[in-house]
Design a protein around this ligand. Sequence first.
Ligand SMILES: [Zn+2]
Length: 449
Amino acid sequence: MKQPSAVCDLLVTGGTFITMDRNFSIHEEGCMAIQNGRILRIGRLEDFSDISAQETLDARGKVILPGFVNTHTHIAMAAFRGAVEDVPNRLADYIFPMERNLVTPDLVYKASLFCLCEMALSGTTTFADMYYFEDEVAKAVKKAGLRALLGETVLGSQAPDAPEPYGGLRYARDFIQAWRSDSLVHPMIAPHAPYTVDSGHLLAVREVAEDLDVPIMMHIAETEPEHRTFSASHGSVMRYLDATGFLSKRLIGVHMIYLDDFDIELAAKSGMSVAHVPVSNAKAGRPICPAWRMQKKGIRVGLATDGPLSGNLMDLQTTVSFFPKLQKMRENRRDIVSAKDALRTATLGGAEALGMDTDIGSLEAGKCADFIVINPDSFTMQPIYDLYAAIVYAMRPDTIESIFVQGKKIAANRHMTTLDEAEVLADMKAIAANCKNYIRSITPKNPAV
Ligand SMILES: [Zn+2]
């Protein structure tokens, strides 16, 4: 036997490695060596006799997968989950006023920590977020140890952290400068939507993004009134954004529901990417986004939960299971969006949509060691004839045992190792106790049906 010639930080041995690389390689009885937070080598266990490690994780009988990439969230809204459900015009009539009254830096920080536990324990290692006081979200992300693309929301009306309209622009610039060289938190800028940010300010956002070289995230073609307004003035929301000069490769469009074939062509031509949020859209009673059609045109599409007020559950597993079902329903075809394609969309597809695929999204030498370890011996996953189908359609978050980001263990035995879960939970209960009276006062007694 060869003597080990190299020493790495961590060796994950045995187990089945689903790499999600471009060839969809799977290594049964595999091995992965990690050094300085990156994958040094991945392949068959028998090819690793020349490597020893400081620490070894015996993963025999387990399944190892790249962490999920959740491409659009508002995690601090965990503080309001379950409030004012099932009402029409929820955003303008209830959520905006509620946020102006209740959102503080302390709430954003503590609610973010709370939501990060749910996301990490259900296998998400990278997510994109837009909200207010995004510095507090960034601090929570650093403490929990996840990877994130974070953007301060820019809004043309008063916001919780900006008394003047468009105050978010200044906050966003400072935020980007403060976090641009961090290894886990990547900044972006996030105008809210075409109907809350005027065309002049959209161009100002684009200027900031180009100047500081960051992505832009915006809700696009999400609501029916937005669709009606821009259809009357420009033919469609996407035609309006194209005419404004806002579409570009650095734009990540969220929702993208009300699109015709020409709009999809515009999106493809611009090089923009898409965060697809099927569960949140369904709950809001909206049509099904043409996600599969956009993928066919070569548009980078990732999956997302949206905020905890919109989709409630923040585990991407619920979303990855819902995604193919809704597309099959929309196209009236069973043979589209295979389980393999769905899992790709939840991992490498999400990384591509966020412009992070050179670093994350698949288990390949040179990429960051962001991965999850699954115990497939569960009453939902067994028997396994097709690993992709078992993960997409039958896996539950409680089958995920441990989570690593940048080679560092952030959860083990289904509990966070970076946070005090009891303290995080107690903080959320205290927040809810403070919010309860206000939320009760705005909740309609007899919602119209
Ligand atoms: Zn959203």
